[in-house]
Design a protein around this ligand. Structure first.
Ligand code: PLP
Ligand code: ZN
Length: 417
């Protein structure tokens, strides 16, 4: 792995060499998540702002000098990354702030940001000579692993809670994964998957365990800054379940600060559902996330439903180090944000994606984002992932279709009402 300097435990700071074959710190078991460290001088030799500007590759692999893979590693053929970030003046006007951008991760091949991590997993699994990959997931990480694996013919076994939305389960089955529907929560699926990976020696893609997932997800952050010409927005809004995406966004900030490509960090805001607010609780109380026990999560936003955020150490650091905050939003506010975001920007997001926008609304109300400030909303997954919630949301917004008999008179009567 070209520019990797080693791995550092997020709990104790113990370091491991670049060729370390494990996933976690030997002193801390599955809690001892590692952070990938880089030789930034070497990165700066391989990649400059100018070389990026001239690079025709618009996928996430354009940042490979800053990723844990070799220059000649084969990457999956699916187009991951390079998603659009839209200026949304209507939303900015409604909120009364200077500027809002919406980054549409629903445009990934399996329709969520998780493709960035699963693509990284497939490359790493191949480099390690693995034959089978496994993950537990609330749905999207599984769909991403299923799709990316299918693109290279990799076998995979997926553990999801039996309550996952139908569209996500359909994706897994269509891609030909071996699907295990677990009668229990995501936490139960996670524990079972970890035990199975251990038992059978499968490559373990699990979030908040495999240190490479952050490195895939951070490419969304790198794209945000590159799209803004390496200017720093005032605030970035990210919805949070396990805390891996927000940790990835923070990693992109740390990388760019180390390279000297940006001179300060944006404030990062982590948004959680009221019924799945482990990190908000810890942020408010100052409780240590290493020891804080699990909660019992329940929210309409299935992708951010987590009893115990697996990547909570990185997730807390993302907000504390950048002087952002953790905020909670109700399920009603999350559902209400779906049509508001869709109508104000054209981006149709699943509940967990719209939650980030609901968080921005909350932050403006609390005065955390001021009238002269700019904000990026990371819309993490497509609205087509969870059509049932979208229907609930538009009904709650009072939007109903017209029903007419197939003649112009009937249409005229209905339109005149
Ligand atoms: C996974 C996911 C999230 C949350 O990411 P974490 O890394 O678990 O915090 C948010 N939105 C969508 C659509 C997701 O799939
Ligand atoms: Zn450790």
């Amino acid at each position: 792995m070209n520019n990797v300097a080693g791995f550092t435990c997020v709990i104790c700071g113990r370091t491991y060499p670049p060729d370390f074959g494990g996933y976690v710190c030997q002193d801390h078991g599955s809690e001892g998540i590692l952070d990938v460290a880089y030789d930034y001088d070497a990165v700066a030799t391989d990649m400059t702002k100018e070389s990026l500007a001239a690079d025709p590759d618009t996928t996430m692999w354009r940042y490979r000098a800053l990723m844990p893979l070799s220059p000649d590693s084969e990457v999956p053929p699916l187009t991951v990354g390079g998603t659009p970030m839209y200026d949304a003046p209507t939303l900015a006007g409604d909120l009364g702030i200077a500027r809002v951008w919406v980054k549409d991760e629903g445009r990934e091949p399996t329709a969520s940001l998780k493709d960035r991590a699963s693509a990284m997993a497939v490359v790493n699994a191949q480099e390690r000579g693995a034959e089978i990959i496994t993950t537990a997931s609330t749905g999207n990480a599984a769909a991403a692993l299923a799709g990316l694996s299918a693109s290279v013919g990799f076998e995979n076994v997926i553990f999801v809670p039996a309550s996952a939305p139908q569209a996500k389960i359909a994706q897994l089955l269509a891609y030909g994964s071996r699907v295990v529907l677990v009668n229990g929560t995501y936490g139960d699926a996670f524990d079972l998957c970890m035990a199975a990976a251990d038992e059978y020696g499968w490559y373990n893609r699990n979030t908040g365990y495999n240190p490479f997932m952050t490195e895939g997800k951070k490419t969304a952050g790198l794209e945000i800054f590159e799209a803004l010409g390496w200017e720093v927005p005032d605030a970035i809004f990210v919805s949070v379940g396990d805390g891996s995406i927000i940790g990835g966004v923070h990693k992109s900030v740390k990388d760019l600060l180390a390279l000297g490509w940006i001179d300060h960090a944006p404030r990062i805001y982590g948004i959680q559902a009221e019924g799945s607010d482990y990190l908000v609780q810890a942020f408010e109380s100052g409780e240590e996330v290493i020891t804080k026990p699990p909660i019992s999560a329940d929210t309409v936003a299935d992708s951010i439903s987590a009893d115990l955020p697996r990547d909570r150490v990185k997730a807390m650091a993302a907000v504390v180090d950048t002087e952002g905050a953790y905020l909670r939003v109700s399920d009603d506010a999350i559902l209400a944000a779906i049509p508001v975001l869709a109508r104000g920007s054209g981006v149709f997001a699943e509940p967990a994606g719209a939650a980030a926008y609901a968080g921005l609304v909350e932050a403006v109300e609390l005065g955390l984002v001021g009238p002269d400030e700019t904000a990026v909303v990371l819309a993490t997954g497509s609205g087509l992932k969870d059509v049932a919630s979208a229907m609930t949301a538009v009904t709650a917004a009072g939007t109903e279709p017209m029903r007419v008999d197939p003649n112009l008179e009937a249409l005229k009567t209905e339109l005149a009402r």
